[in-house]
Design a protein. Structure first.
Length: 233
């Protein structure tokens, strides 16, 4: 007996729409996209791509990453096209429609304000699962502890960018003959202190420290030319 076809869910449908929208916007033909995918080691024939966009073929995770690379966009842009789909809300699951930015924040572990959309603390009698991030009674833990490394790496990148952006301001001001205020260096010191705090927390948790960009920032944190894993911070 033939296996019953599994209908695509709301996110699979969203991905199919995004692939078609981005491909057409970039004026990439099916043949061109298939050629790029073959070169990336994930060959999908023209017919397969057409069926994907029509929802007749499922897009698995390997397809998602390969197609995103071929279209030169982040994979998450195919899932959550914030500001691009023409709709402020997205169907995250059947019967669960929430703002795209909230869905994106949940997917990337960026927030825990989801009870506004999902309800509080109920236990699904059919699945036995608690709703989203509600903690079952008697369990002393938080989901935020599990994703803390994700936040730390994200903060680390932000503070590195803050440091470089701050030090670009004096150069811009000098080029325009404008005075350079002390607040610029105060901001740089703050970014540096925030970065040091994050790196020390990473070290405390046993996480590999990200390599700092070459130049002044690395010199300040690695004065002996180390690899960033020592105690210089």
């Amino acid at each position: 007996m033939a296996e019953k076809r599994i209908e695509p869910g709301p996110l699979a449908t969203q991905v199919a729409r995004s692939i078609q929208r981005i491909r057409e916007k970039q004026r990439v033909t099916y043949a061109e996209l298939a050629e790029r995918l073959a070169a990336a080691g994930r060959p999908i024939p023209v017919l397969g791509l057409s069926r994907m966009e029509k929802g007749d073929r499922r897009v698995d995770l390997d397809d998602l990453v390969a197609i995103a690379r071929a279209l030169r966009v982040p994979p998450i842009w195919l899932l959550f096209p914030l500001g691009q789909a023409g709709e402020p809300d997205i169907d995250l699951l059947p019967g669960v429609r929430i703002p795209v930015d909230a869905a994106l924040a949940w997917f990337t572990g960026d927030g825990e304000e989801f009870h506004d959309y999902f309800g509080h603390g109920g236990r699904d009698p059919d699945s036995g699962l608690y709703e989203w991030y509600e903690i079952p009674e008697g369990i002393d833990t938080k989901w935020t502890e599990d994703v803390r490394p994700l936040w730390l790496y994200r903060q680390h990148r932000r503070y590195v960018l803050d440091w470089f952006e701050t030090f670009s301001r004096p150069r811009m001001a000098a080029a325009e003959g404008k005075p350079v205020g002390e607040f610029v260096f105060t901001l740089a010191a703050l970014a540096e202190e925030n970065l040091r705090t994050v790196r020390n927390e990473m070290r405390r948790l046993g996480l590999p420290l990200p390599r700092l960009p070459e130049g002044g920032l690395r010199d300040r944190f690695e004065p002996k030319g180390g690899d960033g894993g020592g105690q210089e911070d």
